[in-house]
Design a protein around this ligand. Sequence first.
Ligand SMILES: Cc1cc2nc3c(=O)[nH]c(=O)nc-3n(C[C@H](O)[C@H](O)[C@H](O)COP(=O)(O)OP(=O)(O)OC[C@H]3O[C@@H](n4cnc5c(N)ncnc54)[C@H](O)[C@@H]3O)c2cc1C
Length: 479
Amino acid sequence: MKTAAEYLESMRGLNPRIFLGGKQVNLLENPTTMTVVRANARVYELAQDLQYQEIMTAVSPYTGKRVSRCLHIAQSIHDLEMRAEMALLTSQMLGTCNYRCVGADTLNALAGVTWEMDRDLGTDYHQRFIKYLKYLQENDLAVSGAVTDPKGERTKRPAQQEDPDVYVHVVEKRSDGIVVRGAKVSQSGAIGCHETVVIPTMAMRPGEENFAVAFAVPNGAPGITYISQYTPFTAEREVMPDVKYLGNPLYGQRETCTMVFENVFVPWERVFLCGETQFTGKLIARFAKTHRMNCGGACKVGFADLIIGASQLAAEYAGVQKAPHIVEKITDMIRIRETCYACSVAAAVKGREEPTGSGFYQPDDIFGNVAKLTVADGFWEIMKWAGDIGGGMAVTMPSELELENTETAHYVKKFFKAAASAGLRLRIAKFIQNWCAGLHGAGTWHGAGSPQAQKMALYALTDLEKKKKLAKNLAGIAE
Ligand SMILES: Cc1cc2nc3c(=O)[nH]c(=O)nc-3n(C[C@H](O)[C@H](O)[C@H](O)COP(=O)(O)OP(=O)(O)OC[C@H]3O[C@@H](n4cnc5c(N)ncnc54)[C@H](O)[C@@H]3O)c2cc1C
């Protein structure tokens, strides 16, 4: 497996075409794109740390060797549990995405679906997929996952859109491969991963064969352009003389980009579904259930740990930690954190082999959806209490740079000192600002799917007839 240094070295060999804030940037030179590279390097480091071996790695049945869990296909309930634990651990360590998370979940969804296609249709997708997976595992490559299309006018199907490029689709089939066009939006960390696995954003119908396509592309393949998100945090990082003054100094925000595919050639050995619309529903459903347990659930539990820790520190620095209402608010944050964690663990523990006979495991659908839904609301609640405990200074405090300015340092030290120094208070206030006044609220709400999607799934999955029968039985209502 790669060390962090080897990962960094491997990035030097890439040349992705990245635009950020109106200009082209170099992955390894820009302060914002470097947060992605640094976060990935940390994930490689964690995988080398023996205390995290069981969480961060697994033995591959395909290579017989220990591989990153980001590249492992779950073979048991234990694997599902460890996958959720990896999401939790990496969030605690990074305060941003494990940028290999979506890739891991697309690989897991593809394993079962390609297996079923070969069984039912006599294709060789699964063989191709396993060959590709072995290549990833043997080279310990970082893989991002591309699911979300721009989608254009939401009331129209892909083929009805004025511009078909708002959904990734095949424009040419050749003897040696396919040519694809379109884009994927909100792509976490694709710029700093070796590979991207692409799957359709939704179930496709007959007549939408060109949009039913799953494949893998190497970083910076000809025809791919990455347009990075640009936020006030990007601007702040560009002007700060030292990253230590930022809310999440090393790893920054959850960095995403729009990934444009302009007539990108994909050889057949990297194509895992092409035209089989009837399997796209299963593919996206399996991706959703694993991603909602991990990114939707466990990952945000790790973020919650950071916010709760910061809120407790802010309370102690101000000297209010023993006030009953502060204890109550911290306790409420813990309650929400533990509820979200319990849903993710339940999704793993109640997982099962899917498809039957494949040897691959998927989390429970209902608990996965409930994990994501509980997080979506719970995260805002946690941020509400962090904003409350942090005080107005979480958004009104001066920069720590004022402590280095002789004209202002004595004022800031004098007026921001409480039970702790002004320096400590400003540092933790900035950390809280990073969460409460930043990108994480909307990011957590939509990441792993907007909540309406989980509500629809939950309603459809629930056996209401059974519940009606139970009620009728006790109420004495005869049929
Ligand atoms: C921080 C972050 C990281 C992400 N990382 C990745 C990633 O790595 N890879 C990836 O593929 N995706 C990623 N995503 C994308 C994420 O999966 C999507 O944001 C999510 O699925 C919602 O899609 P959308 O953003 O297009 O929202 P929209 O679909 O535009 O939703 C906006 C609103 O419109 C509603 N809506 C949408 N369609 C309809 C309809 N047909 N009828 C009625 N209402 C509708 C929604 O319910 C919601 O209320 C990321 C998102 C975030 C925020």
